[in-house]
Design a binder for this molecule. Structure first.
Ligand code: PAP
Length: 330
């Protein structure tokens, strides 16, 4: 438990957090060069954790802030693009949106590094993305009625497969990648980035049930299946509803098309650009792989799928939440 870092200087607070993190349980995740730390029931990389703990204690929200939350590989890039397009639609039209020349992760930078780069929040863009579990959001945000939280989740089988490929792409080329069976075993034990995946999902699900006016819960699969319905709901929830005239004029459809996998993944910036100017590893194209529901079927055996389905089903049992298990077409 870390306390009293609210009033320290940034440098002192960082030092205290780094010291605290060194006391946390540590295990290898999918590779030995990036160990995972266990904090408040979740495994994650130290560089994510440092920002999360600092923000937990020190982040000061502004009224109207909107947190865009997700477990990794569950639709973050898509949610960023859609939310950015929604809140900036009076500034740009779909032919000159910054999304066309910068990647979604550049238009809406992550909360990672927040303490070091206070300017990371673009003026007039109230969107703050994070992979933090619900209970690890900034205390100020949990206690505020003025901040909205949108969460997107995805069938853990597809999120796992997406993460497996992402990690393979990002590993140093001299390192052999973990076998999918081994990575899957760790995922099923909950030892993955921001795992256990089901606990991440459940934290936001319960919050959305308790405070539906504050927390919106989206599923990647539903957004894919009926984009128009869910994009309208999203815009309304975050306080930028579409007018009747906009709906009649096809604005919703245009934003959906702008943010579609097909459109974004074919832009030059997302084929060859970098997520951040100073980031040599995360090229934008690593965030656009297939963009499909059910790709797990090409990578998991039926036994693996059943095993993960059973774990998830058991964990979600009685909560009112479920995924279309074993059905790649939903
Ligand atoms: P992140 O957590 O690292 O930010 P995130 O964007 O959540 O990643 O997930 C990436 C997945 O979303 C990829 O899925 P795949 O590996 O199964 O293909 C990526 O292709 C998909 N994705 C990215 N952009 C979009 C989009 N506009 N529409 C639908 N899916 C998308």
């Amino acid at each position: 438990m870390i306390a009293d870092i609210e009033e320290l200087s940034s440098a002192e607070a960082i030092e205290r957090v780094v010291e605290f993190m060194s006391t946390l349980p540590t295990e290898n995740g999918w590779n030995s060069f990036q160990p995972l730390r266990l904090y408040e029931g979740f495994w994650t990389f130290p560089h994510f954790l440092e920002s999360i703990i600092l923000a937990q204690h020190r982040f000061k929200p502004k009224p109207g802030d909107i947190f865009l939350c997700s477990a990794p590989k569950s639709g973050t890039t898509w949610l960023k693009a859609l939310s950015f397009a929604i809140v900036t639609r009076n500034l740009y039209d779909t032919s000159n949106s910054p999304l066309l020349t910068k990647g979604p992760h550049h238009c809406v930078p992550n909360m990672v590094g927040f303490e070091y780069k206070p300017d990371v929040r673009q003026p007039g863009i109230p969107l703050i993305p994070t992979h933090a579990p619900y209970h690890c959001l900034p205390k100020s945000v949990l206690g505020s009625d003025d901040v909205k939280v949108v969460y997107i989740c995805r069938d853990p089988k597809d999120a796992f497969v997406s993460m497996f490929h992402f990690a393979a792409n990002r590993r140093p080329k001299e390192n052999e990648h973990i076998a999918i069976e081994e990575a899957f075993e760790l995922f099923c034990l909950g030892r993955s980035v921001f795992g256990p995946a089901w606990d991440h999902i459940l934290g936001y699900w319960k919050a959305s049930q308790e405070r539906p006016e504050k927390v919106m819960f989206l599923k990647y699969e539903e957004l894919m299946n009926d984009s128009e319905l869910y994009v309208k709901k999203l815009a309304e929830f975050i306080g930028y509803p579409f007018s009747f005239e906009e709906e009649q004029g096809g604005v919703v459809k245009k934003l959906i098309d702008l943010c579609s996998f097909e459109n974004l993944s074919n832009l030059d910036v997302n084929k060859t650009g970098k997520r951040h100017e100073d980031d040599d590893e995360a090229t934008n194209k690593t965030f656009f792989i297939k963009g499909k529901v059910g790709d797990w079927q090409n990578h998991l055996t039926p036994e693996m799928a059943n095993r993960l389905d059973n774990i998830v089903e058991q964990k979600l049992s009685g909560t009112g939440l479920s995924f279309e298990l074993n059905n790649g077409s939903s």
